[in-house]
Design a binder for this molecule. Structure first.
Ligand SMILES: Cc1cc2nc3c(=O)[nH]c(=O)nc-3n(C[C@H](O)[C@H](O)[C@H](O)COP(=O)(O)OP(=O)(O)OC[C@H]3O[C@@H](n4cnc5c(N)ncnc54)[C@H](O)[C@@H]3O)c2cc1C
Length: 181
C-alpha cells in the first residue's frame, strides 16, 4: 500500500494502515525528509510502527491489474532543483528513472478541499476559491435562502473544534430561520 504526500495526514494514514495489518506500507514523497511539511514526531511514530519512506519519489501513473483494481504505481525519481517562491527547493524529475512499485491501495494525502460539484450544481449557492462555500461566519447562512454551511467546506482544512462550533452556531440560526418562516 502507498500513501502519497508528506504532511500530518500522510502520517495518520500510514499509522492507520499499519494498524489494519497492511502487509507493507510506504510513504511516497517527492522531496526529501527535510522539506516534509508534517511533524517530525508523527513521522517518527509512523516509522516506529513500521511505515517505510521513499523520498524524492513522484508517482506518475496508476496501473490496474486484470481485475481492474490497482496493481502497480509507476514512479519517477526526483532531485531537488532551484528554490521556489517560498524558498523550498523545487523537485525535478530525473530523466529515465521511472520504476514500478507493487501496490494494491493508494491513499492520496495531498490536502483536501470541497467536492466542487455541490457549488457547480446548486442554484444560488455562492462559492469561492477551491469551491469553498460562502457563508456568514456568525450564522452559517449561505447565499441560498434556507441553506446553511459550516466546517471545512467553508473554512478549508481546519479542526474538529472549529467545525463543531460552526455547527452549533448554525443550529441556532436554523432554529431562528424555521421559527420565522
Ligand atoms: C487525516 C486527518 C487528520 C486530522 N486530524 C485532526 C486532529 O487531530 N484534530 C482536529 O481537530 N482535526 C483534525 N483533522 C481535521 C478534521 O477532521 C476536520 O477539520 C473536521 O472533520 C471537519 O469537519 P466537517 O464536519 O466540516 O467535515 P467532515 O468531517 O469531512 O464531514 C463531512 C461529511 O460530509 C459527508 N459528505 C460529503 N459530501 C457529501 C454529499 N454530497 N452528501 C452527503 N454527505 C456528504 C462526508 O462523507 C463526511 O461525513 C484531520 C483531518 C484529516 C483528513
Amino acid at each position: 500500500m502507498a500513501v502519497i504526500g508528506g504532511g500530518d495526514t500522510a502520517s495518520d494514514c500510514l499509522r492507520t494502515a499499519v494498524r489494519l495489518d497492511t502487509e507493507e506500507v510506504s510513504c511516497l514523497y517527492r522531496r526529501t525528509e527535510n522539506e516534509m511539511p508534517g511533524s517530525k514526531k508523527d513521522r517518527g511514530l509512523a516509522r516506529e510502527e513500521g511505515a517505510q519512506y521513499q523520498f524524492l519519489t513522484q508517482p506518475v501513473r496508476f496501473i490496474a491489474g486484470e481485475d481492474g483494481r490497482l496493481a502497480q504505481i509507476e514512479c519517477i525519481r526526483m532531485e531537488l532543483g532551484e528554490p521556489d517562491a517560498k524558498g523550498r527547493r523545487r523537485p525535478v524529475p530525473i530523466a529515465d528513472s521511472n520504476f514500478i512499485l507493487e501496490a494494491d491501495t493508494a491513499v492520496l494525502a495531498l490536502g483536501y478541499w470541497p467536492d466542487p460539484i455541490i457549488g457547480e450544481t446548486t442554484p444560488e449557492l455562492k462559492t469561492h476559491k477551491y469551491g469553498l462555500i460562502v457563508a456568514d461566519p456568525e450564522t452559517g447562512a449561505t447565499s441560498r435562502p434556507g441553506v446553511f454551511a459550516g466546517g471545512d467546506d467553508v473554512t478549508g482544512p481546519d479542526l474538529v473544534v472549529t467545525a463543531t462550533a460552526a455547527g452549533r452556531r448554525s443550529a441556532a440560526a436554523i432554529h431562528r430561520f424555521l421559527q420565522n418562516n
